[in-house]
Write a protein that binds this ligand. Structure first.
Ligand code: HEC
Length: 150
């Protein structure tokens, strides 16, 4: 008899718990759903925002790039505005504004030979500006420096 009451009691508790879960869960997911929908974009942008300070700051990159630009200045001018018959004006270049950082870094690494269909002047842009000593860090710096000129 006692066992039976316990069993019934347990069953009622279970039903009550399920009802609470079901009802509460439903409310939670509808209100939680809409409130968690808003913070979601923040959550996805947060890792990107926290990933940046891990490396050098943009100012540091620009400083590295400014030094490394010596390799490029012969053709693109000390101020990046280009030298007639040598390198293009890099200031106010739509190509540079439209291209991603990684594609700009790739362009600096591989250059753009006069035989490349994308070449616009018939003059070679040598890989790494002809300076094999340019490493990834300097190229990242050059990307930031060129962006700072726009
Ligand atoms: C020997 C000369 C020369 C040197 C050195 C040189 N460039 Fe160039 N660069 C060019 C020429 C020429 C072009 C244009 C190619 C074309 O006709 O599309 C060019 C194009 C570019 C472009 C694309 C610009 C655009 O609007 O299409 C970028 C970016 C660039 N150079 C960056 C650099 C960087 C950074 C360095 C230094 C690491 C460098 N260049 C060194 C000659 C040079």
């Amino acid at each position: 008899m006692i066992k039976k009451y316990l069993a019934v009691g347990a069953l009622m508790l279970l039903v009550a718990a399920l009802a609470a879960c079901g009802g509460g869960g439903g409310d939670d997911s509808s209100s939680g759903g809409s409130s968690s929908a808003a913070p979601a974009p923040t959550a996805t942008t947060a890792p990107a925002a926290t990933a940046k300070p891990a490396g050098p700051s943009n100012d540091e990159l620009v400083g590295i790039g400014e030094k490394a630009f010596g390799t490029c200045a012969g053709c693109h001018g000390a101020d990046g505005t280009g030298v007639t018959g040598l390198g293009k004006n890099l200031v106010g270049s739509e190509f540079i504004t439209d291209i991603s950082d990684s594609d700009l870094a790739t362009l600096i690494k591989v250059g753009r030979s006069s035989s490349d269909p994308a070449n616009t002047t018939g003059i070679d842009m040598p890989p790494k500006g002809g300076n094999p000593a340019l490493d990834e860090a300097k190229i990242d710096g050059l990307v930031a420096y060129i962006r700072s000129l726009q």
